[in-house]
Design a binder for this molecule. Structure first.
Ligand code: ADP
Ligand code: ZN
Ligand code: ZN
Length: 756
C-alpha cells in the first residue's frame, strides 16, 4: 500500500502530496490522518508529514515511511483540507492545530508545580530567525528544532525543551549566548483545575426569559438537529446560567460540550462558575498560559473521554472531542475568534461546521452582538409583499433584564470642544475631575480608560470635532508624519494635511495619538495623593500578566486604574463606581469600517464595569463628537438603536454583511519582486473577477509598509465572497506561485480585523 503524504513545512510549493510506501509492520496502523516521519529531499532527512490519502500503488518509485507518530480522524483531515481552501493556506498548517501539543507523548511528564519557573523565549523576531535559517546562518538541526519548538509554543521551560526536542541544555545555552533566546522568570498561573476547590453550586430557578431561551435550544438538542442561536442579553442578564443548564442537559444525554470564550476573559472567576457546577474532573481547560505539558495532558484527557466539557480560547475548537451535543461561543462579537496569522481561520465558522456534523446547536452569546450576526438573526422583509417572513439564518433569543436586578450605571457625555472653549486644556473635564475627587473621598475605585489603538494617528479639529475622511470610503484618513500627508488605508486616496479646519475655519487642527503614560503623569499632578496602576502594552509583559495587574488593583485597593482596551473584558470589581473614558474619539477614527461598531462595543462594555453590585455606578464619556450615534447609543445602552443606524450605513457604503473586504497581502525583502508579483496578481484578478460585481483596487504599499525589512504591499477587493470567488482566488494563487518567486509571500484574508 502507498500513502499520499503532505510534508509539514510552510513552503507553498510543498502544498501537494508525495507518495510513500507503507511498510508491512505498520500497515494496520496507518490511517488517513496519521502523522508520520518520512525521508525527504536530497539528503533523505527525516521530516514530519501527514497522510491524506491511501492507495494501491504509486506510478513512481517510492521510499518507505520511517515512523508512525500520531493518528487524526478522517473528519479532522477533511476539515483541514476545507480550511486550506477557505483560508488560502497549506493543509499542514491546519493539521498542526489539531495535533496534541508537544510532539512526543510517550513518557508522561510531571506537571509543573513551582509557582515561578524560568521560561525560554525567542529574543529575535520570528522573521529574523526564519531568514537566518534560510540563509544558513543557523545550520545546526538541533538549534533549528529548538527555535521552531519555542516559536510554536510561545515560550517553553528547559525541561520541556529537553523532552520534546531531544536536545540538551547546552544547545539552549549556546542559543542564549548567541542572542537568539532569552530566559525570563515567568510566573505560572496555577492550573485552575489543580488545587482549586469550589463549593458546589446548584442550578438557579430560571427567569421567564431565561426559561424561554433555554427551551428553544433544548428542543433542538432533543431533536438532534443543527441550528444556530444568538443569545442576546446585557451583561448580567443571566446568559452564563443558561449556558450552564444547557450543558447539564447535554451531559445528561451522554454528549459533550465546547465553550469558547475570549482568551482575556478566561479568568479564574469565570472558570469557578463551571467548576462549581460540574466539578473539575469533567472539565478541560485550554489556553495559552498553560505550559505545554499541561496543554498536552488536557488534550489527552479529552481524547481519552475523561473530560466532557472543553472550555478554551479560539484554538480550543480543534480539541479532539467527539459526540458534541452543544457548542457555545460567549462574547461572540470578540475579534479574537478570528486568527490574524496563518492559518487565518475564524473559530465561529469552524464551530458551525462541527455543530452541523454533530447535529447539535451552536449558541452565540453577547451583550453587543456583531452587526453581521445580528443581521442574520433578523427576519427579512419580503419587499414584494412587504411582509416579514421567517427566514433568519440564526434564531434570536433575548434576555432584556438583569437577572439580579442591579441597575445600569448613569452615563454622562462631556463635550470636550466646550471644555476647550471654557479654557480647560487638561485631559480631564471639570465633570470628570470632580467625579474622581468625590470618588477618592468616598474611598472607592476609579477606572480611566484610554481608547488607543495601533500606530495610526488621525487629525481632528479641537474646535468642532471635524476629522478628514476619505471621500471614497468614508473612513478616517491616517496621518503619515514622514511624508506629512493623509492617506486612506483602503483605497490609497491621498490628501495634503490641512492646517485650517474646512468646517469651522479655526486653526485648532491637532494630531491625535495620546498615551496612557501621559495620562498617568497628569493624574499624579492633579491628584498627588491618589495611588495609580497602569495597564497597557508596555506594562503587560511576559513578567507581569494582565491578571496580576488586575488582582493588584483589586486586592491592594489602588485608587485609579489607567488602561487601554485590555481593562474592558470580563472582570468584576465590586468597589469600582466610576469609569472615565478620556476620549471616545480614538476608536471612532480607526481606519476600519467597523469603527462605529468597535466604539459602541467598547463604550458599552466599559460602562458595564461601573457599579456592578449594590453600589450605584457612574460613567463619564469625554468626546469631541457628542452627537455621534455610537456614543449616544452607548450612553443609552441601546443596542437596537445602534444596530438600526449602523446597518443602514453599511448598506449604503457596501460593507459587510452586504459586501466583503478581501485583502491580499504581499511581503518580501525584494522591493522589485513585490511590485512585480502584486501587479501580476492584479492583472489576474482583473481578468477573472466580474468587474461589475467587484471593485479591485490597484496594488499599493500597506499603511505599515515595512516590517523587519520586509516590504509590505496589498490589494483590496470589495465584493461578495462566495464559493466561486474562493475558487477563483485559489486558482490565481496557484498560478502566481508558479511564477519564479524568490522571496515574496502572499496571504489572503476576508474581512480582516486589522487593516494596517
Ligand atoms: P451574563 O452571563 O449575562 O453576564 P450571568 O449568568 O453571569 O449573566 O448572571 C449575572 C448574575 O445573575 C450572576 O450573579 C448570576 O448568578 C445571577 N443569576 C443569573 N440567573 C439567575 C436566576 N435565574 N436567578 C437568580 N440569579 C440569577
Ligand atoms: Zn473645525
Ligand atoms: Zn478611500
Amino acid at each position: 500500500m502507498v500513502a499520499e503524504v503532505i510534508i509539514n513545512r510552510g513552503a507553498k510549493k510543498l502544498n501537494r502530496t508525495f507518495d510513500y510506501n507503507i511498510p508491512k509492520e505498520i500497515e494496520e496502523l496507518i490511517l488517513v490522518g496519521s502523522k508520520v516521519l518520512v525521508p525527504f529531499g536530497n539528503g533523505g532527512k527525516l521530516t514530519e508529514g501527514f497522510v491524506v490519502g491511501i492507495k494501491e500503488k504509486s506510478e513512481f518509485e517510492v521510499k518507505d515511511i520511517a515512523k508512525l507518530e500520531e493518528n487524526l480522524t478522517d473528519k479532522q483531515i477533511a476539515l483541514a483540507k476545507w480550511m486550506a481552501k477557505r483560508y488560502f493556506c497549506n493543509v499542514s498548517d491546519c493539521i498542526k492545530l489539531m495535533l496534541t501539543p508537544g510532539t512526543r507523548n510517550k513518557n508522561k511528564e510531571k506537571r509543573i508545580q513551582d509557582k515561578k519557573i524560568n521560561t525560554v523565549f525567542l529574543k529575535k523576531s520570528i522573521e529574523e530567525i526564519e531568514l537566518e535559517i534560510q540563509n544558513e546562518k543557523i545550520k545546526s538541526d538541533k538549534q533549528k528544532r529548538i527555535l521552531n519548538f519555542i516559536k510554536d509554543n510561545e515560550g517553553a521551560t528547559i525541561p520541556e525543551i529537553e523532552m520534546f526536542t531531544d536536545c540538551s541544555r547546552a544547545i539552549v545555552n549556546t542559543l542564549i549566548k548567541n542572542g537568539y533566546l532569552e530566559i525570563v522568570e515567568k510566573k505560572i498561573e496555577r492550573n485552575p483545575l489543580l488545587g482549586r476547590d469550589c463549593e458546589k453550586s446548584y442550578k438557579l430557578q430560571l427567569t421567564e426569559e431565561q426559561k424561554e431561551a433555554f427551551k428553544s435550544v433544548e428542543k433542538v438538542i432533543n431533536e438532534e438537529k443543527y441550528k444556530q442561536f444568538l443569545l442576546y442579553g446585557v451583561t448580567g442578564s443571566g446568559k452564563t446560567e443558561v449556558y450552564l443548564q444547557l450543558i447539564e442537559k447535554v451531559l445528561k444525554i451522554g454528549k459533550n460540550a465546547i465553550v469558547l470564550v475570549p482568551e482575556i476573559s478566561l479568568t479564574p472567576q469565570m472558570l469557578d462558575r463551571f467548576i462549581s457546577r460540574f466539578g473539575k474532573d469533567e472539565i478541560a481547560i485550554l489556553h495559552s498560559k498553560l505550559s505545554i505539558g499541561e496543554r498536552h495532558d488536557e488534550w489527552e484527557r479529552i481524547r481519552e473521554k475523561k473530560a466532557k466539557i472543553v472550555i478554551g480560547a479560539r484554538s480550543a475548537i480543534f480539541a479532539p472531542i467527539e459526540n458534541i451535543g452543544i457548542i457555545i461561543i460567549d462574547e461572540e462579537h470578540d475579534n479574537s475568534y478570528k486568527s490574524e496569522t496563518n492559518p487565518r481561520y475564524n473559530a465561529k465558522e469552524i464551530a458551525k461546521i462541527l455543530a452541523k456534523e454533530n447535529n447539535a446547536p451552536l449558541v452565540l452569546g453577547s451583550a453587543t452582538p456583531d452587526i453581521v450576526t445580528f443581521y442574520n438573526s433578523q427576519n427579512l422583509i419580503d419587499e414584494s409583499e412587504e411582509k416579514k417572513i421567517n427566514r433568519a439564518k440564526i434564531q434570536l433569543l433575548e434576555l432584556t433584564k438583569r437577572a439580579n436586578n442591579s441597575s445600569l450605571p448613569k452615563v454622562e457625555i462631556i463635550d470636550l470642544k466646550q471644555e476647550l472653549a471654557n479654557g480647560n486644556r487638561s485631559m480631564l473635564s471639570v465633570e470628570l475631575y470632580n467625579s474622581i475627587e468625590e470618588n477618592l473621598k468616598q474611598k472607592r475605585q476609579t477606572i480611566l480608560f484610554l481608547n488607543r489603538r495601533g500606530y495610526s494617528t488621525f487629525i481632528m479639529c479641537r474646535n468642532c470635532g471635524y476629522t478628514v475622511k476619505c471621500p471614497n470610503c468614508n473612513i478616517s484618513m491616517t496621518y503619515h508624519s514622514y511624508e506629512r500627508r493623509l492617506k486612506c488605508h483602503y483605497c490609497g486616496h491621498e490628501e495634503k494635511i490641512v492646517n485650517i479646519c474646512p468646517e469651522c475655519h479655526s486653526d485648532k487642527i491637532r494630531y491625535f495619538g495620546t498615551g496612557t503614560q501621559k495620562l498617568e503623569q497628569e493624574i499624579h499632578k492633579q491628584f498627588p495623593n491618589a495611588s495609580t496602576i497602569r495597564m497597557d502594552i508596555d506594562t503587560v509583559t511576559k513578567k507581569n500578566s494582565h491578571e496580576e495587574i488586575l488582582n493588584k488593583f483589586r486586592n491592594d485597593n489602588i485608587d485609579i486604574l489607567i488602561g487601554t482596551q485590555m481593562v474592558v473584558k470580563g472582570h468584576h470589581f465590586p468597589n469600582v463606581t466610576l469609569v472615565g473614558v478620556i476620549a471616545a474619539d480614538s476608536s471612532l477614527n480607526i481606519d476600519d469600517y467597523r469603527a462605529n461598531e468597535r466604539t459602541f462595543q467598547i463604550l458599552t462594555q466599559v460602562a458595564g464595569r461601573a457599579g456592578r453590585e449594590n453600589l450605584p455606578g457612574k460613567v463619564v464619556i469625554q468626546t469631541y463628537n457628542p452627537d455621534n450615534f455610537s456614543i449616544i447609543c452607548a450612553q443609552k445602552q441601546n443596542y437596537n438603536m445602534f444596530y438600526e443606524t449602523e446597518i443602514e450605513l453599511r448598506k449604503q457604503l457596501k460593507y459587510p454583511p452586504f459586501c466583503d473586504i478581501i485583502l491580499i497581502g504581499f511581503n518580501s525583502y525584494n522591493e522589485i519582486e513585490i511590485k512585480n508579483i502584486s501587479n501580476k496578481m492584479y492583472q489576474y484578478l482583473v481578468q477573472r473577477l466580474n468587474n461589475e460585481q467587484f471593485k479591485i483596487f490597484r496594488p499599493m504599499p500597506c499603511p505599515i509598509d515595512k516590517i523587519q525589512n520586509r516590504y509590505r504591499w496589498r490589494i483590496i477587493i470589495k465584493g461578495k465572497m462566495t464559493e466561486e470567488v474562493n475558487g477563483i482566488l485559489n486558482a490565481c494563487l496557484k498560478e502566481i506561485y508558479q511564477e519564479n518567486i524568490k522571496d515574496t509571500r502572499i496571504s489572503i484574508d476576508v474581512n480582516p480585523n486589522n487593516m494596517s
